[in-house]
Design a protein around this ligand. Structure first.
Ligand SMILES: Nc1ncnc2c1ncn2[C@@H]1O[C@H](COP(=O)(O)OP(=O)(O)OP(=O)(O)O)[C@@H](O)[C@H]1O
Ligand SMILES: Nc1ccn([C@H]2C[C@H](O)[C@@H](COP(=O)(O)O)O2)c(=O)n1
Length: 230
């Protein structure tokens, strides 16, 4: 009789922009020694590549072709900094982190055939010993059988303040009011699209991180994966 193997465990971390998904996913993946999927980077990369090709982002056929053909890779930073995202052979990490790239990603992510084009790539990240997957539909669509699901939230004001601090530290000229409006507009679009909208999976644990230090959120998420005493 062939031995049946337990599926590779997955922890999904979904939530709106600035809720801390990327930060918490990276730290939790490091602590667990698991792989990491930043699914938002894939959508950002396609939006960026489509922009570089001069495509109309509402042209579903052209953008889908772009999603099918764009080569996207992740490379650890040799100095221990942010993971580099390589798009068609070029390091596009800095360009992808802007709010403009976020808005472009949100627009093309509403096209069902673009989501379909990125499906297999996302699932290919599921490798032993485990995967932490960060996004909007990780728990609902991409890994519905995940063993652990978290939905991170924080008030829109807190998320805008976090983004403001982050961008100011990078030397960018931004205003809190504009960031708040951009974040609210992006969340509204991501939550209202008919396909794979931003929403908690029914079996997700919701964690409101408003006023919660990063380490406290990490500890809470780790406790869900490996409860004390196990
Ligand atoms: N609990 C927290 N308290 C304070 N700051 C936080 C917290 N979690 C994350 N941050 C900070 O908020 C900023 C945004 O976090 P992060 O990029 O992880 O959010 P995100 O949900 O992945 O956003 P996006 O979906 O737009 O990529 C970062 O500067 C991060 O350090
Ligand atoms: N699983 C995902 C991940 C991302 N998107 C879209 C919607 C977001 O606004 C945009 C950028 O994501 P971020 O890098 O901010 O996490 O990409 C999605 O639809 N599904």
């Amino acid at each position: 009789m062939p031995r049946s193997h337990a599926p590779v465990p997955v922890l999904t971390i979904d939530g709106p922009s600035g809720s801390g998904k990327g930060t918490i996913s990276r730290l939790v993946a490091e602590r667990l020694g698991w792989h990491l999927l930043d699914s938002g980077a894939l959508y950002r990369a396609v939006g960026y590549a489509a922009g570089m090709e001069g495509l109309d982002l509402s042209d579903a056929e052209a953008v889908t072709r772009c999603a099918e053909t764009t080569r996207i890779g992740f490379r650890p930073d040799p100095t221990g900094g942010e993971t580099r995202v390589i798009v068609n052979g070029l390091d596009a990490t800095d360009e992808l982190r802007t709010e403009t790239a976020g808005a472009a990603a949100s627009a093309i992510a509403a096209i069902p055939s673009v989501r379909q084009a990125l499906l297999a790539k996302q699932r290919s990240f599921r490798k032993a010993p485990g995967l932490v997957a960060d996004g909007r539909d990780m728990g609902t669509v991409i890994f519905p059988d995940a063993a652990h699901k978290v939905f991170l939230t924080a008030s829109a004001e807190e998320r805008a303040k976090r983004r403001y601090k982050q961008l100011k530290e990078k030397g960018l000229n931004v205003t809190l009011g504009t960031l708040l409006r951009e974040i609210e507009a992006r969340d509204a679009r991501d939550a209202s699209r008919p396909v794979a909208p931003l929403k908690p999976a029914e079996d997700a644990v919701r964690v409101d991180t408003t006023g919660m230090p990063i380490e406290a959120v990490v500890a809470k998420v780790l406790a869900l994966v490996a409860p004390a005493g196990e």
